[in-house]
Design a protein around this ligand. Structure first.
Ligand code: PHE
Length: 417
């Protein structure tokens, strides 16, 4: 009797132990240590990595991006998060450097076990971090890297912004057709894939339209004295300068160009977009033009709602980086929802299938090359503010606003090819 009872107890203990062990195994699988596909799904959160330049030469890029993503995260978590869990964003600082981008993306994937990655801003850094994501098969969306090579890294890499062949073409057409200038000098950042690429695309289109590039001078991203290049360019009498670089140098170049006696318009790209540009360039920037991703003057309710919410949370007006970051995060969340899984392949496929997503920076469809096909805007700088001038659609139709001292008719839609 006694031994029967003993066996019964032993058997049920063993049974309980087996059940316990099975549970423990499941638990272990879920925390991602045993099963890669479930990584980043541990505990109560969905983990997404973000890498950006929070400090250094391009600090406002990373800071604005972080705010845009944080707003999107707050909104999704308020309505219950994703797949029944809250979204956690793990942010790493690249200090604006490609080597650091490689290191922090490795850390996000290997240590934090994120299921997907958002970042970087500067194309050179996205090329570095993107190579890691591609190798480790983690989907990445860059909000704002426009260099053509970024998404060519491979099938895991996406962007929600336009590409520099379009951006360069848009500005070259504006110079030729609206500003009606014929002789342009280029000053580019030779350490930046973005700057070199944009300079090339601008040159191609401007020449095709009959314009002449009278000189190409260069600098490196740590430079702060551009007097040698500017003196040389002044002697050539260009009708405009094209400076496809980042805000820290662009602001200083504008200042130094005016000091050197260059009074013609200076044109730049999205890389100028930062409040710091105005602090550095001040009134030297009046009458300069940039191409960019959105304008705060857009009356579209989606845009205005975003601006209101962003101002309420951060007490500042969102720049293009913040807007693109918000769109990238929303598309990432929407893709995870549609994938209905934290499986990386399923998320990758869902991102690739993004169609007509109504974003702040436009309606976003991810094309076969994992790029977004979108409009660009041309903004004029006046007294520390951007004024909307033109919106150029991917099919090259232009909606323009009258420029002072030009004969462009007000608010007319023109097909400028
Ligand atoms: N397009 C830039 C790059 O690829 C980054 C950028 C985007 C900067 C938008 C400012 C605004 O390097």
């Amino acid at each position: 009797m006694k031994s029967k009872y003993f066996f019964k107890t032993l058997l049920s203990s063993v049974f309980i132990l087996i059940i316990f062990a099975a549970f423990a195994a499941c638990e272990k699988k879920q925390d991602g240590t045993n099963d890669n596909n479930n990584a980043g799904n541990s505990g109560n959160t969905i983990k997404i990595g973000e890498y950006g330049s929070l400090t250094g030469e391009k600090a406002t890029f990373g800071q604005s991006t972080k705010k845009g993503i944080a707003l999107a995260q707050e909104e999704i978590n308020k309505v219950g998060g994703l797949l029944g869990k809250q979204v956690e964003i793990i942010v790493e600082d690249t200090r604006g450097l490609p080597q650091e981008s490689t290191t922090v993306v490795q850390k996000l994937i290997d240590k934090d076990k994120v299921i997907a990655v958002l970042g970087e801003v500067a194309s050179t850094n996205s090329l570095a971090g993107g190579a890691v994501c591609q190798e480790k098969k983690i989907p990445m969306i860059t909000p704002s890297s426009t260099n053509a090579d970024v998404t060519k890294i491979g099938d895991q890499i996406f962007r929600v912004c336009f590409v520099d062949d379009f951006q360069g073409e848009v500005m070259a057409k504006f110079a030729a057709n609206t500003l009606k200038v014929k002789k342009i000098a280029i000053l580019r950042d030779n350490g930046s894939d973005y700057s070199k690429g944009l300079a090339n695309f601008f040159e191609q289109t401007f020449k095709r339209l009959g314009g002449e590039i009278i000189a190409i001078e260069s600098f490196q991203d740590k430079d702060s004295d551009f007097s040698a290049q500017l003196t040389k360019l002044k002697g050539l009498n260009p009708e405009a300068l094209y400076v496809p670089g980042y805000y820290t140098q662009a602001g200083q170049i504008a200042q130094q160009a005016r000091k050197a006696g260059i009074t013609v318009p200076i044109m730049g790209g999205d890389g100028w977009d930062s409040q710091t540009l105005f602090e550095l360039g001040k009134e030297a920037l009046n009458g300069c033009y940039i191409s960019n991703h959105y304008t705060i003057e857009d009356p579209d309710p989606t845009v205005q709602k975003f601006i209101t919410n962003f101002k309420a949370k951060f007490g500042e007006t969102p720049d293009a980086l913040a807007a693109l970051a918000y769109d990238a995060a929303c598309i990432m969340f929407d893709s995870i929802k549609r994938a209905n899984s934290t499986d990386r392949q399923a998320i990758r496929d869902a991102i690739a299938q993004t169609k007509e997503f109504k974003g702040v920076t436009g309606v976003i469809t991810i094309g076969p090359n994992r790029d977004a096909i979108k409009s660009a805007v041309i903004l004029e700088i006046q007294n520390g503010k951007y004024k909307f001038r033109e919106s150029v659609k991917p099919d090259n139709t232009t909606v323009s606003v009258e420029l002072p001292n030009t004969d462009t008719s007000s608010k007319t839609a023109t097909a400028a090819k």
